[in-house]
Write a protein that binds this ligand. Structure first.
Ligand code: DX5
Ligand code: ZN
Length: 216
């Protein structure tokens, strides 16, 4: 996988024009399509589920990056894989047997990532970093789009980078929440490989141009 990737988050799309917005992403320089699944239990919000995944599977030409913000993710990972996920990330805070969950996802032939909430230290990943394909650092408390970026994320990117290097891990670093045109370049420079952007892309006058600008 190459670095400096942009993953527009479908959460900020216009659901009355879902196919149109997925096609905008297809025709843009975006690399991944980020899918936020919220259950109203792990996070205080409910987003969407399999009917939307079905539409994504039918129309998306991009790598499908699924972010599960749900309790007991093991119950649902197979169904998300059957609905076309290319990568599934599960929260460290939601997994009792994280090693088993990560290896199960990979055994189905797709990539597996682990997500950390803003208050969860990077050092919790010491014994899983060699196994994961991606570390997703939340730069807002998960549950809602359009929140303010938490500056402590820069420190966590540096710590994650060190952990990856000292364990010969091939994991990518993804950052999610409050990413915009002002901080994108700085985040890539700090060591992020993938940036998720919801409102910054879909609320922009030209979403395609915004995606393009985030990559430079
Ligand atoms: C937040 C989600 C994010 C969200 C990002 O819980 O995980 O992916 O869609 O939205 P913005 O970019 O608007 O902060
Ligand atoms: Zn997300």
């Amino acid at each position: 996988m190459k670095t400096k990737l942009i993953a527009p988050s479908l959460l900020a799309a216009d659901f009355g024009n879902l196919q149109r917005d997925i096609e905008m992403v297809n025709n843009s320089q975006a690399d991944w399509l980020h899918i936020d699944i919220m259950d109203g239990r792990f996070v205080p919000n409910i987003s969407y589920g399999f009917p939307v995944m079905k539409t994504v599977q039918q129309h998306s030409k991009k790598f499908v990056d699924v972010h599960l913000m749900i309790v007991e993710p093991d119950q649902y990972v197979d169904e998300f894989i059957d609905h076309g996920a290319d990568l599934i990330s599960v929260h460290y805070e939601a997994c009792t047997h994280l090693h088993r969950t990560i290896h199960h996802i990979q055994s189905r032939g797709i990539k597996a990532g682990v997500v950390l909430n803003p208050s969860t230290p990077v050092l919790m990943l010491e014994d899983i970093i060699a196994d994961v394909d991606l570390v997703l650092l939340m730069s807002v408390n998960p549950g809602f789009g359009g929140q303010k970026f938490i500056e402590n994320t820069y420190k966590k990117i540096a710590e994650t980078k060190d952990l990856i290097l000292s364990n010969n891990s091939t994991a990518l670093i993804e950052v999610d929440g409050g990413v915009n045109l002002e901080n994108a370049a700085k985040l890539f420079e700090a060591g992020a490989d993938v940036l998720v952007a919801g409102n910054a892309v879909f609320s922009a006058e030209s979403p395609e141009r915004t995606i393009e600008l985030m990559k430079v």
